[in-house]
Design a protein around this ligand. Structure first.
Ligand SMILES: Cc1cc2nc3c(=O)[nH]c(=O)nc-3n(C[C@H](O)[C@H](O)[C@H](O)COP(=O)(O)OP(=O)(O)OC[C@H]3O[C@@H](n4cnc5c(N)ncnc54)[C@H](O)[C@@H]3O)c2cc1C
Length: 224
């Protein structure tokens, strides 16, 4: 949520993106440096628009699971209420599809990518997930372009950022935008027929092969 909240707040406050070296998140308002999302006033003149905000104010958020909770959180910091004169305009409404799974809480996740040629093939990944007690997620094209899974199921820089114990990526090439969403997973396993794919390079373990042969073997092993 760090990136999402940052962008909402930055847009509401009228924060302006400033070019700073680092890993830019693709957004007109916010950007990220590693785990920290921030937005910054580009010019002190912009600060004058909102009473009570000093020049050079920086808005910083972090993702819900990016850091372990502090054990002795003695310093609560200063909390101040502020008036925001923003008047957001609703330009339209689109009902959000009911969320069927809470991927953020899942300890094990099986994720599918374009290595699956048809929607019906996803049944094999669901069988694997059922066998090991995992939830099913996907890469962006599976949700956004093919519409085979709900959009809240895709993982990555513009989707879900997960921190499961096990992330099992099947037929996912592992582009940087996808890896961003799982870089904090405790164990990453990749199944891919391309030994050189970036997903394998980012995995703790990988199996080179066609998922049509590999998944049944894992399911069989999981079922004992
Ligand atoms: C601004 C921007 C934001 C983006 N945000 C995201 C994001 O948040 N999340 C995201 O996922 N993507 C995101 N993308 C897209 C991303 O760059 C990749 O295009 C996408 O992740 C690729 O999805 P994929 O791995 O499923 O498909 P592909 O890259 O096509 O990979 C398919 C893989 O399947 C393997 N394969 C094929 N057949 C088999 C088989 N039978 N058995 C085993 N393996 C097989 C192939 O070797 C290949 O590695 C973003 C892109 C942009 C430009």
């Amino acid at each position: 949520m760090g990136a999402d909240i940052n962008e909402w707040a930055a847009a509401l406050l009228g924060f302006i993106r400033e070019n700073t070296p680092g890993r830019n998140r693709l957004s007109p308002y916010g950007m990220s440096l590693g785990k920290v999302y921030f937005a910054q006033f580009a010019a002190p003149a912009a600060c004058e628009k909102i009473p009570g905000i000093p020049a050079k104010t920086v808005l910083v958020t972090v993702g819900a699971k990016d850091y372990e909770p502090a054990q002795n959180a003695g310093n609560a910091g200063d909390v101040a209420a502020m008036e925001i004169a923003a008047t957001p305009k609703v330009t339209g409404r689109k009902p959000r599809a009911a969320q069927t799974v809470n991927l953020g809480e899942a300890a094990k996740v099986v994720a599918v990518g374009r290595g699956f040629a048809e929607q019906s093939e996803l049944a094999a990944a669901r069988d694997l997930a059922a066998a090991i007690g995992a939830e099913v997620a996907c890469s962006r094209p599976i949700a956004e372009f093919f519409k085979w899974m709900p959009e809240e199921c895709y993982v990555g820089i513009s989707g879900q950022v997960l921190k499961p114990d096990l992330y099992l990526a099947v037929g996912i090439s592992g582009q940087a935008q996808h890896i961003f969403g799982v870089r904090e997973a405790k164990t990453i396993v990749s199944v891919n027929k391309d030994a050189e794919c970036p997903m394998n390079a980012n995995a703790d373990y990988y199996i080179v092969g066609d998922w049509k042969e590999v998944l049944p073997a894992i399911i069989k092993a999981a079922k004992g």
